[in-house]
Design a protein around this ligand. Structure first.
Ligand SMILES: NC(=O)c1ccc[n+]([C@@H]2O[C@H](COP(=O)([O-])OP(=O)(O)OC[C@H]3O[C@@H](n4cnc5c(N)ncnc54)[C@H](OP(=O)(O)O)[C@@H]3O)[C@@H](O)[C@H]2O)c1
Length: 281
């Protein structure tokens, strides 16, 4: 074999090794995730995209039978409740990034009672993570949590009434946001606008901390939200930040937002949680 042929063979072997090694290296840089509140409307897309990316996913849900992508070999579904710390601990191995999608099942046509799901649930998640060794927590809050409404709006537009009727819910989200720096974890707070089940629009805009422009169109798709959320799993770019997620598409009740359909869907999942039990808190 000539020197040239030996060199060519070595180069070709090296190229093959690199081609083989590249997908492995890519997969290795991706972290596995635990999705808490895995029956949330936003969960199916996060779970689906994460599995497509080759991640292992652990899904914690109060209604495990309703978790999507069931049967996938990289998906483990666990029945749990963030008010029951042992169930959270049972879902964590210790090296996953935890994504919390928890939110109460409420009917915002009536004034909501005081809430503590976000604060109590997140404190329980953080305690379980520290016990098991998990380092990074991504929580979802909402656009609107940065300026909780304190005066009843004069108009009766549903959006204004929502912010008013749900002000104690937003106050709980806001209190959770304030808790985050003291939890001793890496964290990112995601504040999505209204999310819709539509094809990817690739139109997400973000604003860090309280810099979302007033009047920003809050509509984003679940697909784009999932994509953004999973990017944050492996990135430290927004660690310790609150990130508002919106677009140029304005929300219009009765047009791109169907309140009745949203309410019907939530009612079909179980009893509303803004009733007497919540009112006693
Ligand atoms: N969807 C939007 O347009 C929007 C807009 C702004 C902000 N957000 C926020 O973003 C997050 C995700 O939104 P989403 O609409 O996908 O959520 P969602 O459909 O309201 O679902 C909330 C999830 O939290 C779970 N949950 C409630 N209490 C729990 C508990 N004690 N233990 C364990 N799980 C519990 C629910 O379980 P069940 O299925 O058993 O009820 C459900 O899986 C929420 O915090 C929401 O408030 C959503």
């Amino acid at each position: 074999m000539t020197k040239f042929r030996i060199l060519a063979a070595l180069t070709s072997a090296l190229a093959s090794a690199l081609i083989l090694a590249t997908p492995l290296a890519f997969a290795a840089s991706q972290k596995n995730i635990v999705v808490i509140g895995a029956t949330a409307q936003s969960a199916p897309e996060i779970i689906k995209q994460a599995l497509e990316q080759g991640r292992k996913v652990i899904a914690l849900a109060r209604r495990p039978e309703a978790v999507t992508s069931a049967g996938h070999p990289n998906l483990k579904i666990i029945k749990g409740d963030v008010r029951e710390p042992a169930t959270i601990e049972s879902a964590l191995k210790g090296d996953e990034v935890v994504i919390s999608l928890i939110g109460p099942r409420v009917d915002p046509r009536v004034e909501l009672a005081a809430m503590d799901l976000y604060t109590v649930g997140t404190a329980n998640i953080a305690a379980a993570m520290k016990k098991k060794g998990n380092k990074k927590l991504i929580v979802t809050s909402s656009i609107g949590a940065e300026h909780v409404v304190t005066e009843k709006p004069k108009g009766t537009e549903l959006r204004d009434m929502w912010l008013w009727n749900g002000r104690k819910l937003y106050a709980d989200m806001s209190a959770m946001e304030k808790m985050m720096p003291g939890l001793g974890l890496q964290y990112i707070i995601l504040r999505p606008g209204f999310m819709l089940d539509q094809p990817a629009a690739n139109n997400i805009k973000i604003a860090v901390d309280n810099t979302a422009p007033k009047g920003a169109g809050p509509i984003v798709t679940f697909v784009d939200f999932a994509n953004f959320t999973l990017t944050q799993v492996d990135s430290d770019q927004y660690n310790s930040k609150a990130v508002s997620i919106f677009s140029d598409v304005q929300s219009e009740w009765g047009k791109n937002l169907d309140f009745d359909a949203m309410l019907k869907m939530r009612q079909s999942q179980g009893p509303m949680e803004n009733g007497p039990a919540a009112a006693n808190k």
